[in-house]
Design a protein around this ligand. Structure first.
Ligand code: FAD
Length: 141
């Protein structure tokens, strides 16, 4: 199986908590079925999502995501083959930026705003690796 990773950015109009809960529930159900893992980073106005799994399955999932009107302005940030998963334990890890430790988040914001479409490739890769390593949650007990 060829393992692939796709990262995209999109915008939302202030996703309500219950909407986000529904998106995550459906995503996790489907992703367990499809062997997809990853993370959904939720900012005040932007999503950045990392999907990893078998290349064709990732493509099918992304086609569904692109048709979803709960977000817009979708831009693929990177898509390539990988040899291991970053979020192997997560059918879809929920990472809200308000929970990320300030000293970590500040490395990736531009003029104080999390706007993944404006981040460099290096910053995107670095942020994903840092979040996958854990110890980012300012509110964790
Ligand atoms: P169905 O069984 O038909 O279920 C679709 C469900 O989504 C229904 O409960 C429906 O009410 C709800 N729904 C769809 N669109 C809307 C809408 N506009 N408003 C309200 N409810 C709606 N799907 C994945 O499989 N994996 C992912 O990782 C994933 N990540 C996502 C990330 C984001 C930011 C968003 C916005 C969506 C994501 N989705 C993901 C959901 C995806 O867009 C599709 O809605 C879902 O994959 C459809 O699943 P299904 O074919 O089983 O459809």
């Amino acid at each position: 199986m060829q393992l692939a990773q796709l990262i995209y950015a999109s915008r939302h109009d202030g996703t309500a908590v219950d909407t986000l809960d529904r998106i995550l529930q459906k995503s996790r159900d489907n992703n367990v079925r499809d062997g997809i893992t990853g993370a959904l980073i939720v900012g005040d106005q932007h999503f950045m999502q990392l999907l990893e799994g078998e290349a064709t399955t990732i493509g099918e999932c992304f086609m569904r995501i692109m048709r979803d009107d709960r977000h817009h302005g979708i831009q693929v940030l990177c898509a390539h083959d990988v040899d291991h998963r970053l979020f192997a334990e997560w059918s879809m890890h929920r990472i809200e930026t308000f929970r990320i430790k300030q000293k970590i988040l500040s490395r990736y914001t531009i003029e104080g705003v999390f706007d993944p479409a404006r981040m460099s490739q290096r910053a995107i890769t670095d942020m994903c690796r840092t979040l996958a390593a854990g110890d980012w949650d300012a509110l964790a007990a």
